[in-house]
Write a protein that binds this ligand. Structure first.
Ligand SMILES: [Zn+2]
Length: 340
């Protein structure tokens, strides 16, 4: 991808395209914000034979090979089984030993050799230890880029040997304007709002299913605020499909994100900026819900949802994360109802 077409995180893109990529880098940030795309584009730029210093041409033999995934100096390591590009499984220590050897070679065709390890957090400890020395002293003509959405899962020894470049979630407006250029369907606003700052999520989102899940969470939150009863809450959680989805990490993560969105909407209602509300189609229900709670409760609720997301990311049992969230929210019961 041409660097000028890259969406979001522009400041960092500008720094990196001007050739300030260190020998060992760590790209961190949420899924789907372009970490891997940028890594590959930088590799293409460094080896392009027809572009400028800051932009690849996209048509020279080097660019064509990169785009097809066949560039002999650009290696991509991923944990997936069915690899489309030059794929190697980064979890395998033998593959990392191969990386150690390849890093030492001078470029075959281009100026720099690139070794990009996607989802680096999935490396086994043994695999990670294999590349420690290489990360410390890579040859002048090689660049290593580790990519992860979960930097804390990497060994500290790995993290400390790389310069970190944090990618941020993209703004709703940025995503929306991208979608408007690339999709022709209704509800682009909604799609952009639910995309969690990621173009990849925005494009792949099953909107209908997501709205169903959102309604489920809104229902749960409403009855929680009305009844304050765990029994009622558990009864709702026992119903399919919620029951099965709450057993998986991904399922709970998705629901927590939807709850966070609803919580933010309640916040915007409370501080009287309704134009920022994402779930505009459920405005009436949100208003009703908002009338029953206090601003402090909304703030605490958002805090607890965040906390639950942290827990889920740190391997706490998914269902327990979800249940603890409600327990914590009920501790704030004193703040919940407006004093009449
Ligand atoms: Zn080129």
């Amino acid at each position: 991808m041409r660097l000028r077409d890259f969406v979001g995180n522009q400041q960092m893109v500008q720094i990196l395209r001007r050739g300030q990529l260190p020998q060992a880098s760590l790209f961190t940030g949420p899924e789907g914000v372009g970490k891997k795309t940028l890594a590959l584009s930088l590799a293409a730029l460094a080896n392009c034979k027809g572009g400028t210093e800051e932009e690849l041409c996209g048509t020279c033999p080097s660019c064509v090979k990169e785009a097809a995934g066949h560039h002999p100096d650009i290696w991509l390591f991923q944990p997936h089984k069915n690899l489309i590009r030059i794929g190697k499984d980064a979890r395998d220590p033998n593959t990392m030993r191969q990386l150690n050897r390849e890093v030492q070679f001078r470029p075959f065709e281009g100026r720099l050799r690139f070794f990009i390890i996607d989802q680096a957090e999935t490396m086994t400890e043994e695999a990670a230890n294999c590349i420690l020395k290489t990360l410390e002293e890579p040859p002048e003509t090689s660049r290593i880029i580790l990519i992860t959405s979960f930097p804390h899962r990497l060994l500290p020894t790995i993290r400390s040997r790389c310069q970190t470049f944090p990618f941020h979630p993209l703004g709703r407006e940025t995503i929306l304007s991208y979608l408007e250029d690339h999709l022709t369907e209704d509800h682009l606003e909604m799609r952009a709002s639910l995309a969690e700052g990621s173009i990849a999520i925005a494009l792949s989102l099953d909107l209908e299913e997501t709205l169903e899940q959102r309604d489920r969470m809104l229902g749960l939150l409403t009855s929680w605020c009305e009844q304050e009863s765990f029994e009622a809450l558990y009864k709702q959680c026992e119903q399919l499909p919620l029951r099965s989805e709450l057993k998986t990490r991904e399922g709970v993560w998705r629901y927590l994100n939807l709850l966070h969105r609803i919580g933010e909407d309640l916040y915007f209602l409370q501080v009287e900026t309704p134009e920022r509300i994402v779930n505009q189609d459920r405005l009436e229900d949100l208003q009703k819900l908002s009338e029953g709670v206090e601003l402090n409760w909304v703030r605490d609720f958002l805090y607890h949802v965040d906390r639950a997301r942290w827990d889920i990311d740190h391997y706490v049992n998914p269902l327990m994360c979800f249940e603890t969230l409600w327990l914590m929210s009920s501790n704030d019961v004193g703040n919940r109802h407006r004093q009449v």
